[in-house]
Design a protein around this ligand. Structure first.
Ligand code: IMP
Length: 193
């Protein structure tokens, strides 16, 4: 497999959508807002695995507030492109969130189906508050009535990989976000590696 970076994308990646620096700078701006908004409160960051692993790690390190971290894993896309709205908890939170301020950290919101379900599920556990930070948002999320307290970037309706996002589990480790060539997308989504 070809090695890739932002200046040489190899044959499967098409275009850089967010550079490593753009992501880092935007997360720092949002972290400053979160520091100000939650000052004096006990904040729990809830990362949604696996996609949010990068943004969770970078956001947590950019915050000055003393926060705690927990993770959930839910099923959403699998190897396909669309979210079904049928969500399964693969890994639940370790701790109770009763009476706590919860900030869900999401990689990308597309249809918003996964997130709406998740927020409703968390609200049913009697937290003090539940808000959402999504690093990326696609246009359909604007149509749906989804409240995102913090949004990193608005992206066009394209399938992207990198910075935690995968196509058939590939490309999560890229430090930037890019589109796939149509050929690579078809090959990976068909499970041909
Ligand atoms: P939604 O339920 O349609 O909002 O989908 C949310 C989840 O689908 C995200 O947390 C991602 O895991 C995945 N997803 C949505 N768009 C993309 C994409 O462009 N690339 C990779 N995964 C995506």
């Amino acid at each position: 497999m070809t090695l890739v970076d932002e200046t040489d994308l190899g044959t499967d990646l098409d275009r850089v959508v967010l550079t490593e620096k753009e992501i880092r700078d935007r997360i720092a701006e949002i972290a400053a807002q979160i520091d100000a908004d939650y000052r004096g409160r006990d904040l729990l960051l809830v990362g949604v695995l696996k996609g949010a692993m990068m943004v969770m790690a970078d956001l947590a390190r950019s915050l000055h507030l003393p926060v705690t971290l927990d993770f959930m894993a839910v099923s959403s896309y699998g190897s396909g492109r669309r979210s079904s709205g049928v969500v399964r908890i693969l890994k639940d939170l370790d701790e109770s969130i009763e009476g706590r301020h919860v900030l869900v950290v999401e990689d990308i919101v597309d249809s918003g189906l996964t997130l709406s379900w998740l927020v409703a599920n968390l609200r049913s556990r009697a937290p003090a508050s539940v808000e959402v930070f999504a690093l990326m948002r696609k246009p359909d999320a604007l149509v749906q009535d989804i409240e995102l307290r913090y949004v990193g970037f608005d992206l066009p309706r394209e399938f992207v990989v990198g910075y935690g996002l995968d196509c058939a589990e590939r490309y999560r480790n890229l430090p930037f976000v890019a589109t796939l060539t149509p050929q690579a997308y078809r090959r990976l989504a068909a499970g041909a590696g």
